[in-house]
Design a protein around this ligand. Structure first.
Ligand code: SF4
Length: 207
């Protein structure tokens, strides 16, 4: 599934890029430029971006061009997502974004080595490939997708592994949101260190 992506990160398989509002987690409601990279081998059965999995479907794009596109928007925040963006070396991308005064956020499963310099790391661990300890320690938020009841225990297991200031979020898996959301509401009321995260962009019908 891999292009010959150069290891210096000057070309990246770009699936899409768009300016919108962050829909989920700690930065919900804030404008940001999203960069979605192709390529993921984690294999979540409920994944809502399966088109991202095969990196070869997504053109290798000059990182400089991506940064140029990001820099024209008023919100100086970029969210790098995927796919699993940490499959690639993101040092060059974040360095160039920072040179433009743009804040760097990432959404990752944490299954690959950390590269890049980040203002915010949203770690959303997946059962199918465990997150790496070095990412657990530096995550700004832990966002666990709840698909069934056993995921609460799994969420607690991961909450023990993150740093003391890490924000904790439980987010209903979209296709089961009507069933799972009430369970999360009750869980958060009982365990207030957790917050609920909703995919507000889906309710708002924006990307
Ligand atoms: S890690 Fe993300 S992109 Fe990859 S399969 Fe899971 S939900 Fe989809």
């Amino acid at each position: 599934m891999s292009h010959q992506v150069p290891e210096d990160g000057t070309l990246l398989p770009l699936m899409e890029e768009f300016y919108t509002l962050q829909g989920e987690g700690y930065h919900t409601g804030k404008a940001a430029y999203f960069i979605r990279l192709g390529g993921c081998d984690i294999g979540c059965h409920w994944c809502d971006v399966k088109e991202s999995w095969d990196a070869e479907l997504h053109p290798l794009t000059a990182t400089d061009r991506i940064v140029e596109n990001a820099s024209i928007y008023p919100a100086k925040t970029v969210v790098v997502t995927g796919g699993e963006p940490l499959i690639y070396n993101l040092d060059y991308l974040t360095q160039q974004l920072k040179n433009q005064g743009i804040k760097t956020h990432i959404e990752t499963s944490g299954a690959y080595p950390l590269s890049g310099t980040w203002d915010w790391i949203c770690l959303s661990p997946k059962k199918f490939k465990a997150p790496r300890p070095e990412i657990l320690k530096v995550a700004g938020e832990l966002k666990v997708i709840v698909f069934n009841k056993s995921d609460f225990k799994w969420a607690e297991d991961h909450a023990k592994l993150v740093g003391p200031d890490c924000k904790l979020y439980l987010q209903p898996e979209w296709s089961k949101a009507s069933e799972i959301t009430p369970l999360i509401i009750e869980y958060v009321k009982e365990n207030p260190k957790w917050n609920i995260s909703l995919q507000t962009h889906k309710y708002l019908n924006i990307p």
